[in-house]
Design a protein around this ligand. Sequence first.
Ligand SMILES: [Ca+2]
Ligand SMILES: [Ca+2]
Ligand SMILES: [Ca+2]
Length: 428
Amino acid sequence: MTHKLLCMAMLLATLASAWADEPPILRYSSWMLVPPTTVRVESRPYGMLHDDYTYRDQPSFSVIGLDGDTLATIDGKLGASTTVSVPDAGPLALLHLQPGNNYAVPQPASEVYWYIATPEAPLNVVRGFDALYFWLPPGLSAATIFCHAFSVGEAGKLIVSDLGGNEIVSLESDFNEPEALLFQAPAMGEDGALLRLSLVKPANPEWTIDDAKVWLGPEIPGLLAPTPEGAEEARKIAPLLGIETDWTPLLDFEGADNPIGTIQWSKLVEEGAALPAYEVSLSDEQHFGGEQSLRVAMRFPEDYAEPWQQLKLFTKPLAADDIGKVRLFMFGDGSGRALRIRVRDASQEQHYFDAGKLDWVGWKAIVADLEGAASAISGGDENKRIDGPTVNVVVEIAHSRGRPLESVVYVDDIAIAPAHRTESGEAQ
Ligand SMILES: [Ca+2]
Ligand SMILES: [Ca+2]
Ligand SMILES: [Ca+2]
């Protein structure tokens, strides 16, 4: 190789690595989690990537403590860089970046920091990213990552790989609607696993990559780090943010034995009236983890007169005690029926969690926080504690008039997390 070619090759290698190190370009509203440090935020006008339009939006940045107090609000200047100081008011703070329709490229001085990527606060990224890292907690057999590239023609390819860069799974889509990339968890011990996420240009020549929202499923702490070391730290950080990571698998719906013991309609049907029908079985049609899930089909007659009905599925007794949360995965059918998760303890005390409407299609994690505000308790020994030695998990699906007459949903991978009690013994 001649000297000139060698120089060229070195220059290209430098450019390639500079490109790989280029931090994500953020738009609209995005959140980061940072230790006390300074963050240099470069504001870029929309026109730097697109010459068709100019937005006048001026950037704004806020620093918010984990207790919710606003520590600083800084007005940036479009096209200029602003240094945001994150004060030493706690181990971590949230940085809220609001470049509006223009762009912001934040670069913290600290080595470790995270982009928030949760269903509530997705990462609004422009032109994708090559490598961000996340921690997959133990106790998961599979997990989901979501993308929504709302504009028609704008698309992307999501790739999950191991730290060696070996692809585990990928999904190329126009992501016109939010879409989940479902992947089986790699073999992992009690430390969980560190994985790499990329959002890159799609192979389809009719598609481009530009705006996209990316978030991790609720089963994964929604923190994306620029380095594997940062992703590993997420394990310690998650509990500070109220993210549960101490899950024990309870039911995976594999094998031949159906763990559902009792199936009931909650409203008795009058004699002679048309009966709704159900079919509940293990199935290999869909699975979140493993190869099977629980298939739940229900059908209401055309002339069904009841305004409301509810199907209740009771698991057989499961060994568990002092549960704080139940997590399960449900493949929704978008029927709009209401979902409630219940745990019946050994004293017949009932702990309910209202999980909202079945308004999604595909797999989604449901985390029933039985110590939280959306829970209710009745009956039994009235000690407000889920007592073992065995409990029944109950999945309740409520039909109301106007909903589709037929439904098929799937349930998989039920897991539990322990109650978090204060020293006085009260559940938090
Ligand atoms: Ca799209
Ligand atoms: Ca399964
Ligand atoms: Ca109890």
